[in-house]
Write a protein that binds this ligand. Sequence first.
Ligand code: SF4
Length: 198
Amino acid sequence: MKMTWEDLEPACKECRRCGLCETRTNVVFGVGNRNADVMFIGEGPGENEDLQGEPFVGRGGQLLDKMLAAVDLDRNTNIFIANIVKCRPPKNRDPEPGEQEACLPWLRAQVSLIRPKIIVCLGRVAAMKLIKPDIKITKEHGIFFEKGGVLMMGTLHPAALLRNPHNKPGAFEDFLKLRKKLDELQLAPVESEPFDCF
Ligand code: SF4
């Protein structure tokens, strides 16, 4: 029997399947529209995300929100954002393969409930796990791969863009390609202007 959101979220928030449960403040379940056409998936929560229980809320998250807004996407309306692992790896290290495997069933359950048409992997770790293990994110970002009926694209992680701002224009191109693809497929339509006749 398929899990519902009502089953999934509380079960995930009590998860102790891997060692990351020992040091977390919050399980960062994910945020956004549960019927979204597009999902964004990062590698794992950082310090701010762990404290606030929401993905991508630090400086990297603010940059992500700006790039999303430029292509009429918004975490509160037409996308869903989650991570490969739901608990913060200490000192922001990469999540270990065993931690990724332990946590993946939660993400799989979210994907099977949302049924997105497009998944954007934010950064190398998510792209290697979800698109292909040998992906070279610096060379292959912005390319759409088709897997199991879902279009998948990798782009640079917002935190990496903060460290290397010269990569921002290339990453922004990926967001423009995403909007073009959404328009082609008539997905995640741009919200029409509110009706205002007074
Ligand atoms: S990272 Fe995932 S698998 Fe590990 S304890 Fe947290 S929710 Fe569970």
